[in-house]
Ligand binder design. Structure first.
Ligand SMILES: Nc1nc(=O)c2c([nH]1)NC[C@@H]1CN(c3ccc(C(=O)N[C@@H](CCC(=O)O)C(=O)O)cc3)C=[N+]21
Length: 302
């Protein structure tokens, strides 16, 4: 068991600046895109499909398009009406699968009722599945083969590697077991040599388990779930949750799954919300789009 450092009464965790890290990563991708273009005459292209008009999704999708252009890649937006049928959506994906100008395809989730997200996600050609959510990429990740890795877990992993370096033997506790974040991130941490515990809705004493974590990742969507006394002194805390709350004065604010004001007094390092994992998600989408283009054009992975 690793020992907990004793903290001074005025201890403050250091902030893991995902916003700055993501900006650096995007600059590096931009350079790599230029080198790739010079070598092969190909500009990586990302197609983003949004079905329906959820205002939050529209903001994300617009951000993705802006950052894609910034990185020197081409962005193809497909805004489809709420009434789109599964057949129409599958036909669009099939067309994009065959389009040699498109290297990455992303269908923004959640989809409107009546559209089968699993079926739609699986229709994306695995080589272009830059969200890494199709069964081929998920399966490859689970057995340690090269794959496109879901963007949010990849972003968390890059932050952790930058902060901690070698993670072998560390106890990582992941709270939340979704196919989007918790499950793939657990597999990535396992591959880094962590001892991984996964807590979920049926876990009996999540607080007690969390207190054993050298690395605590929280991805539940329950704002403020993790309190200060759930955290081992000095632990590294990654907060994946993003919830928009409305304050008494009518303004809104983004909060994470970790009670930040409490956690910052105990943790060694912690990601803020906003400015932590969120910006890494989009940067990793660009990273995956470039990886997909390299593989499709040269037949070689990174
Ligand atoms: N197929 C699919 N892939 C996704 O990756 C996907 C998706 N569907 N559906 C929706 C969620 C959400 N998501 C975010 C991306 C960036 C921020 C982000 O940049 N957040 C900023 C704040 C942004 C703000 O102010 O609203 C931050 O945390 O600092 C947040 C959330 C990707 N998603």
């Amino acid at each position: 068991m690793s020992t907990s450092p004793t903290l001074s009464p005025d201890h403050q965790a250091s902030l893991i600046d995902g916003k700055a890290f993501a900006a650096n990563l995007r600059n590096q991708i931009r350079d790599d895109v230029r080198t790739f273009h010079d070598a092969h005459g190909v500009t990586p292209g990302l197609a983003v499909i949004l079905v329906g008009n959820d205002p939050a999704s529209e903001v994300y999708v617009r951000n993705k398009a802006i950052q894609t252009h910034h990185a020197g890649m081409r962005s193809f937006m497909h805004m489809l009406p709420e009434t789109t049928t599964e057949e129409e959506l599958l036909a669009l994906i099939e067309r994009l699968n065959k389009d040699s100008e498109i290297h990455g395809i992303l269908v923004q989730l959640p989809l409107p009722n009546g559209l089968d997200a699993r079926r739609v996600t699986n229709a994306i050609r695995p080589e272009k599945d830059v969200d890494g959510l199709g069964e081929i990429n998920a399966g490859r990740l689970s057995i340690g083969l090269p794959s496109l890795i879901p963007c949010t877990p990849l972003g968390c992993l890059l932050l952790l590697k930058d902060q901690l370096g070698d993670m072998r033997g560390k106890h990582a506790v992941v709270i939340g077991c979704s196919n989007l974040v918790g499950k793939p991130l657990s597999l990535l941490l396992l591959a880094e040599g962590c001892t991984v515990s996964i807590a979920h809705i049926h876990t009996q004493d999540t607080a007690a388990l969390a207190r054993q974590a050298d690395i605590l990742v929280v991805a539940t969507g329950c704002s403020g779930l993790v309190r200060g006394d759930w955290i081992k002194p000095g632990a590294t805390v990654i907060d994946v949750g993003i919830t928009r709350i409305t304050l008494d004065n009518g303004k809104t604010r983004l909060v994470g799954d970790v009670a930040f004001d409490e956690a910052v007094k105990v943790a060694g390092r912690i990601t803020p919300v906003p400015g932590g994992v969120g910006p890494m998600t989009i940067a990793c989408l660009l990273k995956n789009t470039l990886s997909a283009a390299k593989l499709l054009v040269t037949g070689k992975a990174e």
